[in-house]
Design a protein around this ligand. Structure first.
Ligand SMILES: [Zn+2]
Length: 113
């Protein structure tokens, strides 16, 4: 599962941060998931719980925020909002749209104590 390796990457980042800050526990992890990233929030939630089990991040709350996708439309020569990765331009209907944001998942915030 694609989400499992993503969750492991998140845990690694969280553990590094916790170690650096001498944290006792991790309270909250905020993930930003782009609407064009094809990452399933439910799957990532499940995987996060699985990989954090027994780690310093065990029991940490996971908050998921969606990042709006956007792309560069060639015919319009403009940045347009996108809701799906191979979607058409909402302005001209062209498929010559290059995704520019919303294609990734990233850790936005880590709360420790
Ligand atoms: Zn267009």
């Amino acid at each position: 599962m694609h989400e499992m390796s993503l969750a492991e990457g998140v845990l690694q980042l969280v553990e590094e941060t916790a170690r650096r800050e001498n944290a006792r526990r991790v309270k909250l992890v905020v993930l930003e998931i782009g609407t064009l990233s094809s990452v399933e929030p439910d799957a990532i939630r499940f995987c996060f719980e699985a990989v954090t089990h027994g780690s310093i991040a065990q029991g940490a709350a996971l908050e998921i925020v969606a990042a709006q996708g956007a792309g560069w439309c060639m015919p319009c020569a403009a940045t347009v909002p996108m809701t799906e990765i191979y979607g058409a331009c909402p302005q001209c209907g062209s498929y010559q749209v290059q995704p520019t944001s919303g294609t990734e998942m990233r850790v936005k915030e880590i709360e420790i104590e």
